[in-house]
Write a protein that binds this ligand. Sequence first.
Ligand SMILES: *Cc1c(COP(=O)(O)O)cnc(C)c1O
Length: 335
Amino acid sequence: MKTKINELARVRFADLPTAVEPLVELSGALKGPDIWVKRDDQTGLAMGGNKTRKLEFLIAEAMRQGATCVITAGAAQSNHCRQTAAAATKAGLGCHLVLVGSKPEKSNGNLLLDELLGATVHWCTREERPSLMVSLEEELKAKGEKPYVIPVGGSNEVGAIGYVVAMQELWGQLAGMNDDWADGPTHIVFATGSGGTQAGLVLGAKIVGYEGEMIGVNVSKGGGDGPSFEEQMSEIANRCAEMIGAEARTTADDFEVNQDYLGEGYGIVTDAERESISLLARLEGLLVCPVYSGRAMAGLLDMARKGRFKKGDRVLFWHTGGSPALFAYRDDLGV
Ligand SMILES: *Cc1c(COP(=O)(O)O)cnc(C)c1O
């Protein structure tokens, strides 16, 4: 299916394509499906991760609108904020980060990198965040700046384009393989948080014609009333389809969100993440993170053990990054 993605403004931040590799030791240990990994932890840009792909389109849009700086928000250990700080800097834009929490005595992990990358950090509570983002925007405008606001996780129709491109990229890589993987994975498993990645991947799957299962392992309890998370992602995907001139449309039913691994909630490390982090490190020399990719991998391991995947299935773990947070979570890792 044709799109007009190539006509849209894009700033190249990522080293693409990211590798697709077999996880031989892990597959052997589980004695189940053949497991591979898509290395979006290695997108480049200040330690990489999935937000780099979204920022190629978000920062391009900011520049097209003549922005002088960007504002975005997240948790204190937000990978999105760290990658936004790097992308904005590289594009010559200022960067304001609205982070939930309070300034720690010693910064570490992503927060340390935010500071190194020159971002201005504004602390607040979760409740204060929406109003602080608005007042900060007004304040910056009053100072003559032209701020561009990037939503939490970069999850809107612009950011999602990055994951449509990623799905097209994967499709091209698989086509060149001379084994079963040329037919594509039977399942794709990844962490889902603010939903832009899943929105882009699901739309991308429709565009390339991928019909396997796509399982977003949810890492945070969505809040409140209103449309379901699946409906929200479907709306992002459909606005994205319009932007890129694709005929494909999604419905909420196209989105599988697995809520089984939420544990105590966002960023609270349990034995499941401790196990996946140490197993992947020791079997594969691969780092997954305490908040996102480690939780998604814990879900993958559990689903494999419970028989969701059969022998002969091809499971692709889409690694979305996050390893800089390992340093900030050292006390939770049990090492
Ligand atoms: C943000 C993030 C995700 C989730 O992506 P969304 O598009 O917000 O759903 C997954 N993994 C890592 C490491 C992230 O930083």
